[in-house]
Structures are given as C-alpha cells and as structure tokens.
Ligand binder design. Sequence first.
Ligand SMILES: [Zn+2]
Length: 183
Amino acid sequence: MTAAPAYCPHCGTMLEERRREGRSRRFCPDCEWVVYRNPDPAAGVLVVREDPPSVLLVKRSSAPAAGRWSLPAGYLEWDEPAPDAGIRELHEETTLSVAPADASLLSTRLRPGAHGGYTLVVIYVASAEDVDGTPSAGSDAAAVRYFEPAELDAAALEPEYRPVFEDAIDTVTGDQGAGGSPS
Ligand SMILES: [Zn+2]
C-alpha cells in the first residue's frame, strides 16, 4: 500500500477518516472497510569479503537514489519469502548466486518510498566465500564493486545505509557494530 486510497476498493464509496486503534484511518461508511496502510517489503543481500574487509555495493541506475552506491535490493513478489527475494535481487543486480542457508539476517530499515508510503527493507549478509560468480553489473545497476570501510567516506552512498554497510563488514572482521540498530 502506498498512496492512501480516496475510494473504497470494495464498494467505491468515498472514504472518511475515523479514529481506530489510536490512529486516524480511512474508513468506508457504507461497507465499514478499514484501510490499513502497511510498508511495502523489500529485501537485499550484502556480500562481504574478508581480505581486505569490504562490502559489495551497486551503483543505482534508476530512482530512488539514482547514481548512489547502495545495497542490491528490491521489492518482494506477493508470495515470495524475504530471503528468496534478497537472493534474487542480488543475482539480478550483480549476477552472483548464494544459497538461502548462507544468507544471514543483518538488519532492517524503514525508508520513505514512492507516493507517500514507506518501504521496509530486510537486509541479509553473505560471505563472499559462500557466493558463486564474479560480480558484474546487471539490471538496475550501473556498476558494482567492493568498498573497504575507509572508502565509504568518499563514496556517494545512500547515506541512511552507511551504518548497515559498516555492520556488514564487521561480520567478517569480528568487530561489534556501533550504529546499526534496526529501524
Ligand atoms: Zn466500502
């Protein structure tokens, strides 16, 4: 759900605003349908290399954040588990393959999305040792390369993801993450 609908999706009546469960929600006065708005789920996989410690990022070629370096990620299909979606997006954007058992949950981010909605991004991490293939830019990616921690300073990142990138690298160096609590 992105933009809040103006009309009831079931009977077409113009929706009203009602207080329900502590929030103002759109409500159909005719069929009593309540519109619950939820974030759109997305998933991605960060591949990390141990020597030197670094994380694989893609340069986005389309909105949002076109031209910025970010994680390979995309929206879930309606019946697709989050790990499968993250792995699929990794393959589409970098041509790399990884088995679901080798992708671990790292963090989540709630990000403003299109049309006034939000996207909940579920982020996995996988070791380059468990990944098949050589990174190369696929769909939605203009370029793909590994970044060491010091290189993140100068890179045009999607800035909200910076602590997540650092936490991903920390999984191979054994450091404890400092700023990567889920949001
Ligand atoms: Zn209705």
